[in-house]
Design a protein around this ligand. Structure first.
Ligand SMILES: [Zn+2]
Length: 312
């Protein structure tokens, strides 16, 4: 079994506007890095279909999806907030990004791939049920989690979000759901302002949310210690049937949006820990979805390190 790489050409056509940090070069630079490093020859690369609306509508109301599609088709350059840049290709890019997550889930559950990385955009973890925000239109991680359960019959899914920003959308979409464990390490305080340690889930989902806010300047040792002491023991005791990673690389020391000091080697070490916990709990099933990461060198080097560790 190998590692799958899922990416769609239309993800490069999603144009957020001049000078926007969430730009097509993020994905093209990462893909170029995988070519140059030789890793592209070791993964199996597949182009996804657009996700069916039924899979997305498990999390986002259809009226909201129709409104998003209408605004994007109108030629508007932003939706909901000025930073949420869009172009006429953005809807297809968003659907294909969710489609990538579904395809990765299908192949990993089928045992065709040990694990998979989706290099897609727009990212998803800030997208709320009825609100596009933070460069995210729809929430691919949450959509993949419910697909794993409702299409493939998995009982429990864990989502581990290591983007420098809190995954507010993923938390809010799933916080009352005891069958999906959501855990996030993120810089605090920082956009979007949620993710305090006392946010532990609501209703039946109480304690199925674990937030680990970290101070600005946190480095590899802080991240690795937080993972080993808090996050991974919680994931292990939840006993997930699959592990989804919201893989943002904006805690990298070079990143212009984050204020952390994680190195490229730090992401390799973190990925080895993710593999360990997945092997202990769910046969190594990991579906990794690109979220943030805005320095092209830091991002592409980190994607290389992450992919190499997934392949190892
Ligand atoms: Zn981020």
């Amino acid at each position: 079994m190998t590692t799958g790489l899922v990416t769609a050409p239309v993800c490069l056509a999603h144009d957020t506007g001049p000078g926007h940090p969430e730009r097509p070069e993020r994905v093209s630079a990462a893909l170029e890095r995988l070519e140059v490093s030789g890793l592209m020859a070791d993964v199996e690369s597949v182009v996804p279909a657009a996700a069916p609306i039924e899979a997305i509508a498990r999390l986002h109301p259809r009226e909201h999806l129709e409104e998003l599609e209408r605004v994007i088709a109108s030629g508007a350059r932003s939706v909901n907030e000025p930073d949420m840049g869009i172009s006429t290709s953005s809807w297809e890019a968003a659907l294909s990004s969710s489609g990538a997550a579904l395809l990765a889930a299908d192949r990993v559950v089928a045992g065709e791939w040990q694990n998979a990385l989706c290099l897609v955009r727009p990212p998803g973890h800030h997208a709320e049920a009825t609100q596009a925000m933070g460069f995210c239109l729809i929430n691919h991680a949450a959509i993949a989690a419910k697909h794993l359960q409702e299409t493939h019959g998995l009982e429990r899914v864990a989502i581990l979000d290591f983007d420098v920003h809190h995954g507010n959308g993923t938390q809010h979409l799933l916080e009352d759901d005891p069958s999906v464990f959501f855990t996030s390490l993120h810089q605090w305080p920082l956009y979007p302002g949620t993710g305090a340690a006392d946010e532990r889930g609501i209703g039946d989902g109480l304690f199925a949310t674990l937030n680990v806010p970290l101070s600005a300047g946190s480095d590899d040792s802080v991240y690795l210690t937080a993972l080993e002491d808090l996050v991974l023991p919680a994931v292990e005791s939840f006993e997930p049937d699959a592990l989804i990673l919201s893989a943002g690389f904006d805690a990298h020391e070079r990143d212009p949006l984050g204020g952390m000091n994680v190195t490229t080697e730090g992401y390799a070490a973190m990925t080895r820990l993710f593999r360990d916990v997945a092997e202990k709990t769910c046969g190594g099933k990991i579906i990794s979805l690109l979220e943030g990461g805005y320095d092209l060198e830091g991002l592409s080097a980190s994607v290389e390190a992450h992919t190499a560790a997934l392949l190892a």
